[in-house]
Write a protein that binds this ligand. Sequence first.
Ligand SMILES: Cc1cc2ncn([C@H]3O[C@H](COP(=O)(O)O)[C@@H](O)[C@H]3O)c2cc1C
Ligand SMILES: O=C(O)c1cccnc1
Length: 360
Amino acid sequence: MSDLEARFHDLLSQIVPVDSAAAERARARQDQLTKPPGALGALEDLSVRLAAVFGSERPTPERAAVIVCAGDHGVTDEGVSAFPASVTPAMVANFLMDTPSGPGGAAVNALSRSIGARVYVLDVGVNAALPESPRLIAAKVRSGTRNLRREAAMTREETLQAVFAGVRAAEQAIADGADLLVAGEMGIGNTTPAAAVTARLLALDPADVTGRGTGVDNAQLDHKITVIRDALARQASAPTDPLGVLADLGGLELAAMLGVMLAGARARRAVILDGFVEGAAALIAVQLQARVRDYLFPAGLCAERGHGAQLAYLGFSPLFDLSLRLGEGTGGVLAVPLFRAAAASLREMLTFQEAGLLGD
Ligand SMILES: Cc1cc2ncn([C@H]3O[C@H](COP(=O)(O)O)[C@@H](O)[C@H]3O)c2cc1C
Ligand SMILES: O=C(O)c1cccnc1
């Protein structure tokens, strides 16, 4: 076993179960707060899950960090995206650019500013030199993956290197004070590996989990499905080996997002999932270590086909449906105020007794 592989097994074994006693206390408290039991709906369930993660019936998840993991994809040679691969480095430069409103001119930057979340940009595989920036975590493993239609996208070692880059980025964000981590991504072509991984791990037909990504037309969508079928037909990875599936069919930024999820769970932080590409990384995470599931939280349902199947497998109901189909972490960022509000209900509402609303 390689050194990285041994460290990876250690990481998986260091993830402890969430605090179910704190969850029970939070549930009991929700039932005593000044409202009809259950009246705060999904916010109550969210607050109870946060209590379990943070080990307190009065959790204070305030500070949020988005880690935008970036990488390129050899499979873009097959024409699977509506945009050229050169958009990946251009968008990373956009994430890092100084603008009159503050750092970064992309959707994830603007939405993060609007809710007070910090954005970290992690390069694990962009196929270009990137501008230097204090906001860029430079950890390039290789300049893009191999073409997964023809061969394994990554070696296991490359995969683990990208995973640990994600681990380190998450640890940095946590050291900077983050309670809530949003896993985000940028990588032209990455809805193809996300669909391939989802199809293999959930044993679903590629046609049922492949969407239009950046907006391919019907003919391009059929072609994208064919590319994924060819990749699966290589039979280079067994569904029983999630890390092997990630190396074979995934991508460097998917591996880095897996690292963010595992490091977040190990540090007992909540990790908010954004869209379909994060969802694929989440499937790998829970198949490797079932305990991770309790540290993961859905945000909204995104418009990419297959996201619903991922959430159903994970046992999550989305918090909203705004028809987002962007990625970057945008949906995850939008969920942050709901997390703060759910926790505030537990901390700040009075019980019937405290409010003097009980007869005796
Ligand atoms: C300008 C632009 C900004 C983006 N931000 C996120 N994505 C999203 O689209 C890509 C995935 O879709 P596909 O698999 O079809 O290429 C990823 O980079 C994802 O982050 C973007 C895409 C574009 C074009
Ligand atoms: O849902 C997503 O994550 C998504 C959808 C389209 C393009 N990129 C990402």
